[in-house]
Design a protein. Sequence first.
Length: 326
Amino acid sequence: MKTEILRMLKETEGYISGQFLCEKFGVSRTAVWKVIRQLESEGYEIEAVRNRGYRLRMAGDVMTQEELASTINTRWAGRSLLYMDEVDSTNNLIKQLAEQGAGHGTLAVADAQTGGKGRRGRVWQSPHGVGIWMSLLTRPELLPEKASMMTLPAAMAVADAIRETTGLDSMIKWPNDIVVGGKKVCGILTEMSAEVGAINYVVTGIGINVNTEAFPDDIKDIATSLLIETGKRVRRSPIIAATMAAYERYYDLFMEHGDMTALMDDYNARLANRDRGVRVLAPEHEYTGTALGIDENGLLIVRTEDGEIRKVLSGEVSVRGIYGYV
C-alpha cells in the first residue's frame, strides 16, 4: 500500500482525497494517515488540506524500497527489487540471489557498501547517502566469451540516464567508465557465472558518484560527482529508474545480434576516446595511437603511430589518454 500511495502522489498533479485512498485500499483513515506520516519521516514534503486530501509538494533524495519501486517503470529491468541500507557489495548480494534462483532483471541497490569493488580488485569507496551502488542480474543466452561486451550497453544506459536527469554532457571512456568534464563519475564491473558453452548469469555492478562533495588527493584529478559538476544536490532514484529504462532498451537490441552490431554507432557517438590519442597499457608492453571507435565485438580499434590497426580487448589492457585520464 505504501508504494502504491507514493506512486499515486507522484503521478497526480492535484490532491488525492483521503476517502479515495481508504476506499481503494480498503483501510481506515488512520491507516492512510500513518502511511503519510511515514513518508514525511523519510523526507517527502506532503501537503494535507481538509476536504481536499494530500498532495506531494517535494521529494528529497529519498532512497527506500518504496521510493525505487514507485519510480522504476520498466518491463523487466529492476522490476524485482531489493533495497538495503548497507551491504558488503551489491555484486556479492546479487550473486547470492542468483544462486538461489532469482530471476532475470533482479536489481539490488544499497545506500552504502563496506566492500565495494572496482576493476582489477581495486576498492570502490561507497559511503552512505552520496552515491548509487547497484547491481543487475541478467540471464542471457550467450556464449561465455561474449559476456564482457555486456558492460558496453550498461555504460550507454548510464550515460543516457545522467544526461536525461541532469543535462550534463556525459560520455563513455572505453570500455565502461562514464566521464563528465573529463573526469570519472561512474564505474561498471561485470562478473559472470558460466559453464562450458553457456552462461548461467551475469551480474552488472554500477557505481555512480552522485552527491560526493570532494575526493581524496590521490584521485581528485580524475574523479568527479554529479554534485560537483552541477553545483547542486541530485536525487538518486530518478537516475536509477532512467538507467533501468535505457538498459532494458539497449540490452534487447544487444541480444538481437548477440553483439554490438545494432549499438555500435550509438556507442561510438558517446565515446570520449574517439579520435583522441590513447596509451594502451598491455601486460607485455605499451604503445600509443589514436582510438577510432569500437567494432561489433566491442573491441577498441586503435591506429598506432606507425599506421598499424590494432584491436584491443578490454579484459587484457588499460587505456589512458595521452595527456590525462581521457
